[in-house]
Design a protein around this ligand. Structure first.
Ligand code: FMN
Length: 333
């Protein structure tokens, strides 16, 4: 097994532990919808369906990026992909780097022939290997879009992580103009702020997944894997580094009026999904909440998706929002 596969297995085990969720928590709880005592609609009339990348989906959330190549990766991806196909919910793959480098088959379309599937690569891998790698990532899974993740803090804390981020924006610009599918740029839990978002939009990026602070802390996870006392001391103040998802959604929306936003990082239930939409996101994404169900079965993932959908419907009913357009202007306190 390669180092990358070992690392992925560590990540999966550590991400399941509550101590690697942001100690500060997310600010979703500080945002309150005005409760409607008079919804004037039936729960069953609430409509949560929408479009993502021009494709119809059943609700405005997706399974966030987690696994590519590792021991558990294939089974996890099978469960996630079968559930995505069954529920008409998009699924983002984890980094395809290991699979592409090792020439491994990427079977996700076997389980999800019709679902919206997003490929995934790290930005620094593109800087090193260029457009060709990005094209192979898309073609190998017939992806509907390519996610490129920005993770400079994680790379700093990770032993032997990439510390040279020169020319990353150029690589993103090339992908945005040359690939046949849309490019989505995401963080992994520290957030994409308004200044970075403006640079990305200037480079031709039309989709940003904020992936802010409030959920899984990658500095905390990588710190737990790093045996060097010296590096642990350096990294300690950065465990909660980053920008909160709720703050970012408003700030990025103000800075970049036309960019398509995906709210993520600490989204934990259907009420949080509704708050992302209310704050100007087209979509939301949850990663860690799908990990335990994905280790169990496709049915467990399907149940998780259905619970999130029902929570979103309840939120819409209790804010008298019949559809997502109405939810976008539901009163907040
Ligand atoms: C086990 C695990 C593996 C992850 N691997 C990737 C990855 O390969 N690529 C990526 O872009 N993000 C990856 N992420 C980050 C998530 O997509 C997400 O941005 C982050 O965990 C914050 O969302 P959350 O609070 O809902 O977990 C991973 C997350 C988890 C929990």
């Amino acid at each position: 097994m390669t180092n990358i596969s070992n690392r992925k297995d560590d990540h999966i085990q550590l991400a399941l532990e509550a101590r690697h969720q942001s100690e500060l928590g997310s600010r979703f709880d500080r945002l309150t919808f005005e409760h409607s005592g008079l919804p004037e609609l039936a729960l069953e009339d609430t409509d949560i369906a929408c479009h993502f990348l021009g494709r119809p989906i059943s609700a405005p959330f997706m399974i966030g990026a987690m696994t590519g190549g590792c021991n558990n990766g294939e089974l996890i991806n099978q469960h996630l992909a079968e559930a995505a196909e069954h529920c008409h919910i998009p699924m983002a793959l984890g980094s395809q780097r290991a699979a592409l480098e090792q020439g491994l088959a990427q079977n996700v379309r076997r389980w999800a022939p019709n679902a919206t599937i997003l490929g995934n690569l790290g930005a620094t891998q593109l800087q090193q290997s260029g457009l060709d790698l990005a094209k192979r990532a898309v073609e190998s899974i017939d992806a509907n879009a390519l996610i490129i993740h920005l993770n400079p803090l994680q790379e700093l804390v990770q032993p032997n992580g990439d510390r040279d981020w020169n020319l990353v924006l150029d690589a993103i610009q090339t992908c945005a103009s040359e690939l046949s599918v849309p490019v989505i740029i995401k963080e992994v839990g520290s957030g994409i702020g308004p200044s970075t978002a403006q640079k990305l939009v200037g480079a031709g990026v039309q989709w940003i997944e904020v992936a802010g602070r409030g959920g899984t802390s990658w500095a905390s996870i990588e710190l737990a894997r790093n045996d060097s006392t010296r590096e642990q001391q350096i990294a300690a103040p950065f465990v909660d580094w980053g920008m909160d998802t709720v703050d970012l959604l408003s700030q990025v929306r103000s800075a970049c009026a036309d960019v398509n936003l995906i709210g993520s990082g600490g989204v934990r239930n259907g009420v949080d999904i509704a708050k992302c939409i209310r704050l100007g996101a087209q979509m939301s994404a949850l990663a860690q909440p799908f990990l335990a169900p994905a280790l169990e079965s496709s049915e467990a993932v399907i149940e998780k998706i259905e619970i999130l959908q029902e929570q979103l419907r309840w939120t819409m009913f209790l804010t008298a929002s019949q559809n997502l357009t109405a939810l976008r202007s539901a009163p907040l306190i």
